[in-house]
Ligand binder design. Structure first.
Ligand SMILES: Cc1cc2nc3c(=O)[nH]c(=O)nc-3n(C[C@H](O)[C@H](O)[C@H](O)COP(=O)(O)OP(=O)(O)OC[C@H]3O[C@@H](n4cnc5c(N)ncnc54)[C@H](O)[C@@H]3O)c2cc1C
Length: 407
């Protein structure tokens, strides 16, 4: 069998793997090889809504998301490639006391961070999003730094910038096995041969848990279906209107090509074991949940009456990964030195990709650990989720209440 050598092998050229490649090269790490079983961004990444949402209540999470938003604001300067980031802002809506309080807390956090976010009157909301119909007591917090981006362009730009800095990228080359010796990673296997390496970045999206299982690891990250749809152009949708996120029904809507892109959490959450799919399954072939789509459309239609007779022109869906606390997993699991897991995007991998790449690069290059990384370690659940069924149920539950507890 042919054998070559790499400093670092990244498995997966989605947005997380591509960001890791860029950040590793920026950190001066040599011999980085990125492999994908398909083209770049051929997993869940191209189906995302591409929204960013930086305002976290938790201060450590805020430090992480501030790095990410600043990266998006200066993406071209940082990478050399433009990504058409539409910083339209977002409106976060609360309909009940519990979440009205939550919005006030978020406003305070933003103020402490030096950012201006403000509550809007009904008239101000009407001018910004004319087709939004809210009850009179709805609280609406405007977050100007949020926005959205075409998701594939982010992964592509990271990959191109990584290639410019010396990363070798091979597409249509699956990793069939990760080899370990004495508890450390030592090589990956592909149909073209074996690549010796002491670092493997496991950024294989929905397939991450399965690749870990092959090594005897129980990585607490589970693929859960997430769905969104896009309508044909609707008169009254403004091209630069902000994203609308409505907390209680857990729906979001942003403009897309003259229509609305609508998605939401908690609509019939369903996790998957990738072993149940055929060997060459691709995310693009993921079956729709039509009931979930109907529920989502009905929930959003209460606040966007224009959706009731809108024509759907595109469905988007994929398998983002979720951990049992809804936070990322980035780091080395006990018992497998040199394996760096980059997973559990919690339907926010586009948004969080710069921060994930930064942590991976710092871990490989031996820099001091960045504060936010300490909350994202792979082994933080201890023995809590050793059973597959319990882990999947826990992750589905987190997904079911994503807007309520986590975001
Ligand atoms: C409808 C929808 C809306 C979304 N909206 C947003 C949003 O508004 N904002 C946001 O930030 N996120 C959003 N997301 C989530 C976002 O898409 C994900 O967080 C992100 O794409 C995850 O990226 P990834 O790199 O982990 O996985 P993926 O994009 O799935 O990439 C994994 C890659 O690994 C490769 N791979 C797997 N196994 C192997 C192997 N053995 N060998 C080689 N390669 C392998 C795959 O081919 C794939 O290219 C949304 C997702 C969906 C479905």
């Amino acid at each position: 069998m042919r054998s070559t050598h790499a400093g670092v092998v990244i498995i997966g050229g989605g947005v997380l793997g591509a960001s890791a490649a860029f950040h590793l090269a920026e950190a001066g790490v040599h011999g980085v090889v990125l492999l994908d079983k398909g083209p770049i961004a051929s997993g869940t990444t191209p189906f995302a809504a591409g929204q960013t949402g930086y305002l976290n209540r938790d201060r450590v999470a805020l430090e992480f998301s501030t790095y990410c938003i600043e990266f998006f604001e200066r993406f071209r300067d940082r990478t050399g490639y433009p990504i058409d980031f539409r910083q339209t802002g977002s409106l976060r809506v609360a309909l009940t006391d519990r979440y009205r309080t939550d919005l006030k807390d978020r406003q305070q956090v933003a103020a402490a961070n030096g950012d201006r976010v403000e509550f809007l009157s009904a008239g101000q909301v009407q001018r910004r999003v004319p087709l939004l119909d809210l009850p009179p007591d709805a609280a609406v917090l405007s977050i100007p730094r949020d926005g959205w981006v075409e998701p594939k362009s982010v992964a592509v730009a990271f990959a191109a910038a990584a290639r410019d800095r010396g990363v070798s990228i091979r597409t249509r080359l699956p990793v069939t096995r990760i080899e370990t010796r004495d508890g450390s990673v030592c090589a990956v296997h592909t149909p073209e041969g074996r690549i010796e390496t002491r670092w493997v970045v496991l950024a294989a999206g929905a397939w991450t848990r399965r690749l870990g299982q092959d090594l005897g690891l129980n990585l607490p990250t589970v693929p859960v279906r997430h769905q969104a749809f896009v309508t044909a152009p609707i008169a009254g949708v403004l091209p630069d209107q902000p994203i609308v996120r409505i907390t209680e029904p857990q729906v979001y809507a942003r403009p897309e090509a003259g229509g609305l892109l609508v998605g939401g959490y908690g609509y019939r959450p369903l996790s998957f074991d990738m072993a149940d799919f055929p060997p060459h399954f691709e995310i693009a072939a993921l079956e729709a949940d039509p009931v979930g789509y109907r529920q989502l459309s009905a929930a959003a239609g209460r606040f966007f009456p224009c959706l009731r007779d809108a024509v759907v022109v595109q469905e988007r869906r994929g398998l983002p990964t979720i951990s049992p606390d809804g936070k990322l997993l980035v780091g080395e699991p006990a018992g497998c030195r040199g394996l760096l897991v980059a997973s559990a995007c919690a339907v926010g991998g586009i948004d969080r990709s710069p921060g994930v790449g930064r942590i991976v690069a710092e871990l490989v290059s031996g820099k001091p650990v960045w504060g936010p990384a300490t909350a994202l370690t792979v082994d933080r659940f201890g023995d809590d989720f050793t059973e597959d069924a319990g882990l999947r149920a826990g992750c589905e539950e987190i997904y079911a209440h994503h807007y309520h507890e986590v975001y």
